[in-house]
Every structure is written in structure tokens, then in C-alpha cells.
Ligand binder design. Structure first.
Ligand code: MTE
Ligand code: MO
Length: 196
């Protein structure tokens, strides 16, 4: 397993970002109800500024090569959970398969609960950004985003869309659900970029 819990060294002095409190629990934070999903009709798409748009059924997605990483998780509301073990498909793998075009600068993630979140492309093209379907070796619980969620240990966790079904590469920045409501576009926990 790859341990990326030292990635904070790139951003700050302390593993626990300023203004955060460590918790051993794994709280659930969702804007609404946990959406239902059907493995027979579930579809994941990669679209936008790419050479090849991609589409996966659940079975196809599960056949993709995966990585398991030990990561930290920082919620913008002030709690951090250390040593989360996520298994999933690296963002960079999908970006490579799709062939991101030179004019792409930004990324939008879309989810089953109509949640969206955006990040600059360079913040997504990192080894630690995973489309994760397992947590601590077990299928991701539905309230935590099962069947599939994004994890972004270098950014506040609202950048990690639970129930993710699509990623769109953009040639201009657009804002996601919380970003339109005043949360930070870049969301660096060590700079306490909570609000914009
Ligand atoms: N689709 C979707 N993804 C989401 C959210 C949401 O409401 N819907 N909440 C975000 C927020 S604010 C946080 S802190 C994390 C929480 O993940 P957890 O519920 O697994 O702790 O998911 C993020 N991803
Ligand atoms: Mo959050």
C-alpha cells in the first residue's frame, strides 16, 4: 500500500492543518439524502476537453487497475481523519486514457445527488486523487459515497464528490455546488482556504 500521509510536507509544517481537530470517527457530511443507485444502469463518463470521451458500466469500471493508499481526510467544517485506506482508480489514469487536450484548465465532477465540485486541472493531476470504491478494504458505504467517490487528501474533502458519475474537463473555470455558495475554489487546508 502506498502511504501518502506525508503529502502535507509540500503544503505546511504540520500534518494537522491549522484550525482542524483530529477525530477517529468518520462523520457523514452530505447536502441531502443518500442517493440510490442501480449497478445495471450506473454509468460513469469522462467528457469535455478530451480526445476520447469515455464511458464505463459499473462492471467495466471495477475492471480498471486500482491502487490502495493511506490518506488523510480534512473536512472544511473543522475535522480531520488520519490514515484512511482508500482503494480506487487514479485520476491520472483516466485522464491519460481520455487524452486531455492542451486547452483544458479545469475540472468539474458530477454526482448522483446533483452535487458538483470543481478544481483546477493541476490540482487533479496528482497521484493522490482517486476514484475510490473501497474504504479500509471494504466496499465504500453508501453514506460515504458508495459505489464510487473522489478523494482529494491535499484539499478540503468537499472537493471529493461522493456518488460520482462523471468528470468533465473544462477550457474555462466553472463553479460547483459549494463553490457557488462561497466556498473556496482551491481549498488548500494548510492555507485555510475555506471561503472565497
Ligand atoms: N455528492 C456529494 N459529494 C460530497 C458531498 C455531498 O453532499 N454530495 N459533501 C462533501 C463534503 S462537504 C464532505 S466533508 C465530504 C464528506 O464525506 P463523508 O460523508 O464520507 O465524510 O464529502 C463531500 N462530497
Ligand atoms: Mo465538508
Amino acid at each position: 500500500m502506498k502511504d501518502v500521509t506525508n503529502l502535507y510536507q509540500e503544503f505546511g509544517d504540520e500534518r494537522l492543518p491549522p484550525g482542524q481537530r483530529e477525530t477517529s470517527k468518520f462523520p457523514v457530511l452530505s447536502k441531502g439524502e443518500t442517493p440510490t443507485w442501480d449497478p445495471d444502469t450506473w454509468e460513469f463518463t469522462v467528457t469535455g476537453a478530451v480526445e476520447n470521451s469515455l464511458s464505463f458500466t459499473w462492471e467495466e469500471f471495477r475492471d480498471l487497475p486500482t491502487e490502495t493508499q493511506r490518506q488523510d481526510f480534512h473536512c472544511v467544517t473543522g475535522w480531520s481523519k488520519f490514515d484512511c485506506e482508500f482503494t480506487g482508480v487514479p485520476f491520472t489514469d483516466l485522464a491519460e486514457r481520455a487524452g486531455v487536450t492542451d486547452d483544458a484548465v479545469h475540472v468539474m465532477f458530477v454526482a448522483l445527488d446533483d452535487y458538483t465540485t470543481d478544481l483546477p486541472l493541476e490540482d487533479c493531476l496528482r497521484d493522490e486523487v482517486l476514484f475510490a470504491w473501497a474504504f479500509d478494504g471494504k466496499p465504500l458505504a453508501r453514506e460515504h459515497g458508495g459505489p464510487l467517490r473522489v478523494v482529494t487528501p491535499h484539499r478540503y474533502a468537499y472537493k471529493g464528490a461522493k456518488w460520482v458519475t462523471g468528470v468533465e474537463f473544462l477550457t474555462e473555470p466553472e463553479l460547483g455546488y459549494w463553490e457557488r455558495r462561497g466556498y473556496s475554489e482551491t481549498a488548500d487546508p494548510w492555507k485555510e482556504e475555506r471561503y472565497s
